[in-house]
Ligand binder design. Structure first.
Ligand code: C2O
Ligand code: CU
Length: 464
């Protein structure tokens, strides 16, 4: 088989800027999140879609993850990749609120790595900080209590300057924290489906290819749980999709078709206060959404889960089989107390500049940029100064989004509740409120466009 040559993503973006009807973009909520859609993809949409794969599940109370070589089955052929336990994405870890995680990493790569538990509130030494590097051949025990709300988090490497390449090669996996009380009545088992979305690129010989691109590496075809353009057959019942954007730099604009809508119930930090019906969701790198899709009464139909920007059918859902009693969409979840600021609340501003700087500086592993007292409530302002979108991520806690000024000018339903990553477009300032309550130590604030992060758009702060 042959692999067609491709145009750099930027050409496609320029083309779209000129070709896209402006009114259409505004109707979708304003703000351009188009990243280049790969008109000539290295893996075109196949006529016969491969089956969706479900990563194996591991109990986090006592698990071992081996970082090493993996193979990506692309349907037409396989590509060399990296993975945890030889799988890309790696196993889905599961733990319960109030339980513990005890995960041993065996680094069988030929280079340094760490694991960062994205969205998990863990002691600093367990956070996978680039200073806590695990050498080739070495092991590291990550052990911590689960002291936060139920949510779908994820894990990926965090070595300085290499996070983009290692994650792109396949090192990533989901980490679901469950809380049977809070999640009562929601679909479980085969009705609860983690979907790890990313994009990818192949070289001329059909192998997964990483390229250094300061603006952020954007692929030209999608992978869902490591499978290109898969299909899945589901019963005509309510389903819960746990969706993660695990791409390095792409913003997915998720939508369905034929009048099917998402019922958004949660995001990075767990369940929202109440479900919201939506027909599209913009999901930046590292963000998660928890959605219910009601397939009852749809037996015999096929529903596409789409990226409306890239015009990809990410997943084709065939509805077949027997309906069962099923679950109903709950009308509300637990209230989320709002953090509030007062006259004495400390404020900080972070300007994300171009592709590598925050407030004029690039990351240095040994420099602590500021200190935050444990238990203090602060308001942080994330400002884009070119080079966006910047998905801004804070380690060590969750935040609440107060406002978005300029640009898209609003807080979207998927940004309510608790977040750990928020998308900042050019001409935007996003204001968040947060408090570090659990652990002292050195944590990271960075852009989760992984190429921006690797170039230096990251800083250390210390909770004291
Ligand atoms: Cu998912 Cu510091 O990263
Ligand atoms: Cu950035």
């Amino acid at each position: 088989m042959t692999f067609r040559s491709r145009h750099p993503a930027i050409d496609r973006r320029e083309f779209l800027k000129r070709a896209a009807p402006v009114a259409g973009a505004i109707a979708l909520g304003g703000g351009s999140v188009v990243h280049g859609c790969g008109s000539d993809p290295s893996m075109p949409e196949p006529e016969r879609r491969p089956l969706l794969r479900m990563p194996p599940t591991l109990e986090a109370t006592s698990a071992t993850l081996t970082a090493g070589a993996a193979e990506l089955d692309l349907g037409t052929h396989t590509s060399r990749a990296w993975g945890y336990d030889a799988a890309a994405p790696g196993p889905t870890l599961r733990a319960r609120v109030g339980g513990t995680a005890d995960v041993r990493l065996l680094n069988r790569l030929a280079e340094d790595t760490t694991i960062h538990w994205h969205g998990m509130v863990v002691p600093a030494a367990m956070d996978g900080h680039p200073a806590d590097i695990v050498r080739p051949g070495a092991d590291y025990d990550y052990e911590y209590p689960i002291v936060q709300r139920a949510a779908m988090n994820w894990y990926h490497p965090h070595p300085h300057g290499r996070t983009g390449r290692q994650t792109w090669r396949g090192l990533a996996g989901a980490f679901i924290i469950a809380d049977p009380d809070a999640e009562q009545g929601l679909p479980t088992g085969p009705r609860e489906i983690p979907l790890l979305l990313r994009d990818a690129l192949l070289d001329r010989s059909g192998q997964l290819e990483y390229r250094r691109r300061d603006s952020g590496l954007v692929g030209d075809f999608p992978l869902v749980n490591g499978v290109p353009y898969p299909r899945v057959t589901l019963a005509p019942a309510l389903h819960r999709f746990r969706i993660l954007n695990a791409s390095n730099a792409r913003v997915f604009r998720l939508g369905m078709a034929d009048g099917a809508r998402f019922t958004l119930i949660g995001n990075d930090g767990g369940l929202l206060e109440a479900p919201v019906e939506l027909d599209r969701i913009d999901l930046g790198p590292a963000e998660r959404v928890d959605v219910l899709v009601d397939l009852s009464g749809r037996a015999g139909t096929t529903l596409p889960l789409r990226c409306l920007d890239a015009r990809w059918t990410l997943l084709e859902i065939r509805v077949a089989g027997e309906a069962d009693d099923g679950n109903a969409i709950p009308s509300a979840f637990a209230p989320i107390p709002a953090l509030s600021s007062g006259p004495g609340t400390r404020e900080r501003e972070f300007r994300f500049e171009g592709h590598r700087r925050i407030n004029g500086r690039e990351y240095e592993m040994d420099r602590i940029d500021f200190r935050v007292p444990l238990g203090d409530t602060e308001v942080w302002h994330f400002v884009s100064a070119g080079g966006a979108p910047h998905p801004v991520h804070v380690h060590g806690t969750h935040f609440q989004v107060l406002s978005r000024r300029g640009g898209r000018g609003r807080v979207f339903p998927w940004e309510r509740g608790w977040k750990d990553t928020v998308l900042v477009e050019d001409d935007e300032t996003v204001d968040v409120i947060l408090r570090f309550e659990r652990h002292r130590g050195v944590y990271l604030l960075h852009c989760h466009n992984l190429e921006h992060e690797d170039r230096g758009m990251m800083l250390n702060f210390e909770v004291t």
